[in-house]
Write a new protein. Structure first.
Lengths: 114, 114
């Protein structure tokens, strides 16, 4: 089952604009991660934010986490054509012992128009 | 350094057949995870192996099995294939098996079941 839900499902913006994607999840988490996937290929890790962090930056990326609302947002500033891809949030839930893997949402498909 | 490598990249099987997918992790990574991604969905966790032991299993039937070898490479086996097993199978490696942390994905094996 999918724990996270990204919003919007699809987003089309002009090159140079900022893109914001949101993610909501259901259960308590250890951390939340964002991944990018180009056209059905492998996923690329973008950023990880731990449950005790509220904001994190990496280059043109800014991620926020609100554990009280069980939500996160990914902001991509000054978008480029190469940012066109699907973006997934993934949560790692607290586990008593074993590994439960990452739980991914359905993704936001981002299109950057030149 | 080589990333995560998967083989084969594409394969076509018929219902009832069996398939074996292979994965080589990044050098030094001891944990391998397998994910299934159906078209239009986010990846779903199948297995995690660490130091040759199964550390976690997702909600998949017993037709799915995996193992990890002494060199940390891994195989995913699916028996009695169903049409619904058609998907992109992703392998990911990481440093540790204690928490999932950041995952490094391969390009995937695209399985089509006819």
């Amino acid at each position: 089952s999918q724990q996270g839900e990204e919003d919007p499902q699809a987003l089309s913006i002009q090159e140079g604009e900022n893109a914001t994607m949101n993610c909501s999840y259901k259960t308590s988490i250890n951390n939340l991660q964002w991944y990018r996937q180009n056209s059905g290929r492998g996923l690329v890790h973008l950023i990880l934010i731990r449950s005790n962090e509220r904001e994190k930056h990496s280059g043109r990326l800014r991620v926020t986490l609100d554990t009280s609302k069980k939500s996160s947002s990914l902001l991509i500033t000054a978008s480029r054509a190469a940012d066109t891809a699907s973006y997934f949030c993934a949560t790692e839930q607290y586990s008593g012992g074993g590994a439960d893997g990452l739980t991914f949402g359905k993704g936001t498909h981002l299109i950057i128009q030149p | 350094d080589a990333g995560v490598t998967q083989s084969p990249t594409h394969l076509i099987k018929t219902r009832g057949q069996q398939v074996t997918l292979r994965c080589s992790p990044i050098s030094g990574h001891k944990s391998v995870s397998w994910y299934q991604q159906v078209l239009g969905q986010g990846p779903q966790f199948i297995f995690q192996y660490y130091e040759k032991e199964e550390r976690g299993r997702g909600n998949f039937p017993d037709r799915f099995s995996a193992r990890q070898f002494p060199n940390y490479s891994s195989e995913l086996n699916v028996n009695a294939l169903l049409l619904g097993d058609s998907a992109l199978y992703l392998c990911a490696s990481s440093w540790t098996g204690m928490n999932t942390g950041e995952l490094f994905f391969g390009e995937g094996s695209r399985l089509t079941v006819l």
